[in-house]
Design a binder for this molecule. Structure first.
Ligand code: NAD
Length: 437
C-alpha cells in the first residue's frame, strides 16, 4: 500500500480534486512557451501560494446557518495580494483560484506593485429567504442586507485573527460593494486594509465606484477608434447591470453608442431605438433590478447573446460564452470582457476564427484595480487624489496597456495572448528577482 504523504504538496492534494482546465491556465502555458519559461517554473507561477477555508456561522431566527468561504492567496511577488470578495450561490474553490490568478495577471498587466488574490463566499440568499420568509418580518432585499452584514462581520473577524490585514487587500466583486468594504473597515480601522470604501470614509477615492465601468467603456471606445468606427453608429448589448455593467453602459451611452439591450439576474430590457441609460440607472437604484422597466420590451440572456449588435459586453458572471452557445453569437465586432473570464478558451478560439475580437478581461476590467491601487496609496501614504486625477490616471494606464498589447499581438496571436505574455513575463521576472523561483 502506498504511504500517505506527510504533508500535502499542493492545493489539489489538500482539497482532493484537480483544477479543471481553464482559459487562464492554457493561455499562461502558451505564454510560457513563447517566453522560454520552464514547465516547473510555470507551475509555481500558476498555482496559488495559499488557500484558506473558513466556515462562517451566522444566525437567522435562532438557527445557525454555516456559510462556507475561501480565500485564495495566489501570488505576491510584485506586491500584496489584491482582489475582490465574491458573494454568490455558485462560487467554488477552483473558480476562486482562477479569479485569484486572473488578479495576479491583471495587476501585472497594468504594471501595478500588487499581486493577486480572491475570496469567495458561498451563499444562496433566495433559498435561505424562502426558508425563513414566514418568520421574517422583512422583504427580500432587507433580508439580504442584514444577512450580508452578519456574514461580513464573521468573515472580517476571522480575517483579522489570521493576520491577513494588509497582506491581502480586498475590494468588491459580484455580490459585494462599497457597503461590504465599509463593514470591513469598521473592524480594521485601517484605510489601507481595503479598497472601494464609500464616499467620506477615511481614505476613500473619488471615482473608484465608477472606475471599472469607466475603464470598460474607455477600452471599448479605444478599440473602436483603432478600427476607425464612429461610436454613434455602434450598437451595444450588455449582460449585467450592477456596478460594472451600469457604469459601462452609462459612459458608452454618453459617448454616443446605442445601448439596445441589457439583462440582469431578474429581467431584461430590449429597446431597438436605444435605452435611456441614466433613466434605467435611476430605476435600478430604486427597485434594485431592471425588471419591470419596460414591460413590453423584455429580453432574456439567451436572446441577448443572439442579438446582431456591434459590441457584446458580458458584465456578470464567468463562463457565459462557451462551446454550447458561441456559434449562436451574432455580435459583429467584439466581445468586451467586463466580467472575469466570461469566454471559455474554445469559444475564444472559435470567435477568433470568425474574425470577432475578444478584448480580454484582465485589460478591460482593470479600471477597478488601477483605481484601488491609488486608494491603497492614499491609505499607506496619506496622499490624496482628486477625481479628475483618477480619471486621467486611468486613461493613461489604458493607453499604455493597449499600446503594449498591440506591440506584442502579432507575435502572440491575439490581444488576449499578448496581454497574458506581458503579465506572465512580469510575474516571472519578479519571482526570479526575489528568488521565489
Ligand atoms: P454586481 O454584483 O454589482 O452586479 C452583477 C450584475 O450581474 C447584477 O446586475 C446581477 O443582477 C447581474 N447578474 C448576475 N447573474 C446574472 C445572470 N445570470 N444573467 C444576467 N445578469 C446577471 O457585480 P459587479 O461588481 O458589477 O461585477 C460584475 C463582473 O465584473 C464580475 O464578473 C466581476 O468579477 C467583474 N469585475 C468587477 C469589478 C468591480 O470593481 N466591481 C472589477 C473587475 C471585475
Amino acid at each position: 500500500m502506498k504511504a500517505a504523504p506527510k504533508y500535502v504538496r499542493n492545493i489539489e492534494q489538500f482539497i482532493c480534486s484537480r483544477e479543471p482546465q481553464n482559459r487562464s491556465g492554457i493561455l499562461m502555458r502558451d505564454s510560457a512557451g513563447r517566453l522560454g519559461i520552464s514547465s516547473a517554473d510555470l507551475l509555481q507561477i500558476q498555482k496559488p501560494y495559499t488557500f484558506i477555508y473558513q466556515r462562517l456561522p451566522v444566525e437567522v431566527e435562532g438557527e445557525v446557518i454555516n456559510i462556507s468561504s475561501g480565500i485564495v492567496l495566489h501570488n505576491r511577488a510584485r506586491g500584496p495580494y489584491k482582489g475582490g470578495i465574491r458573494i454568490a450561490p455558485d462560487v467554488n474553490v477552483w473558480e476562486t483560484t482562477e479569479l485569484a490568478r486572473l488578479m495576479t495577471l491583471k495587476t501585472a498587466l497594468a504594471n501595478l506593485e500588487l499581486g493577486g488574490g480572491k475570496a469567495g463566499i458561498l451563499v444562496d440568499f433566495e433559498k435561505i429567504y424562502q426558508r425563513f420568509e414566514k418568520m421574517l418580518n422583512m422583504d427580500y432585499y432587507s433580508f439580504v442586507d442584514m444577512f450580508k452584514t452578519n456574514i461580513m462581520k464573521e468573515f472580517v473577524d476571522h480575517f483579522v485573527e489570521r493576520s491577513l490585514v494588509r497582506i491581502y487587500i480586498p475590494a468588491p466583486d459580484m455580490g459585494s460593494s462599497g457597503r461590504e468594504m465599509m463593514l470591513f473597515y469598521n473592524r480594521t480601522h485601517d484605510p489601507a486594509s481595503v479598497t472601494a470604501k464609500p464616499e467620506g470614509i477615511e481614505g476613500w477615492l473619488p471615482g473608484r465606484h465608477e472606475a471599472t465601468g469607466f475603464g470598460t467603456a474607455y477600452a471599448t471606445l479605444k478599440y473602436l477608434d483603432k478600427i476607425g468606427k464612429n461610436p454613434s453608429k455602434i450598437t451595444v448589448a450588455i449582460q449585467g447591470f450592477g456596478n460594472v455593467g451600469s457604469h459601462a453602459a452609462f459612459y458608452l451611452h454618453e459617448a454616443g453608442c446605442k445601448v439596445v439591450a441589457i439583462t440582469d439576474l431578474y429581467g431584461g430590457v430590449h429597446q431597438e431605438a436605444g435605452i435611456d441609460v441614466p433613466a434605467l440607472m435611476a430605476y435600478a437604484r430604486e427597485k434594485r433590478s431592471i425588471r419591470g422597466y419596460d414591460q413590453k420590451r423584455t429580453i432574456d440572456n439567451q436572446h441577448l447573446f443572439r442579438l446582431p449588435v456591434d459590441i457584446l459586453i458580458p458584465a456578470a458572471s464567468g463562463h457565459v460564452v462557451d462551446q454550447s452557445n458561441c456559434d449562436e453569437l451574432r455580435v459583429r465586432l467584439a466581445v468586451v470582457e467586463a466580467a472575469n473570464m466570461p469566454v471559455s478558451y474554445d469559444a475564444f478560439r472559435s470567435l477568433q476564427q470568425r474574425g470577432i475580437v475578444v478584448l480580454p478581461d484582465n485589460y478591460v476590467n482593470s479600471g477597478g484595480v488601477i483605481a484601488s491601487d491609488l486608494e491603497y496609496k492614499q491609505g499607506i501614504g496619506g496622499v490624496r487624489f482628486a477625481r479628475e486625477e483618477v480619471f486621467t490616471h486611468l486613461r493613461k494606464k489604458f493607453d499604455e496597456m493597449f499600446a503594449e498589447m498591440l506591440e506584442r499581438k502579432e507575435n502572440a496571436g491575439s490581444l488576449s495572448q499578448a496581454a497574458c505574455d506581458i503579465a506572465t513575463e512580469r510575474i516571472y521576472r519578479a519571482m526570479k528577482t526575489r528568488s521565489l523561483l
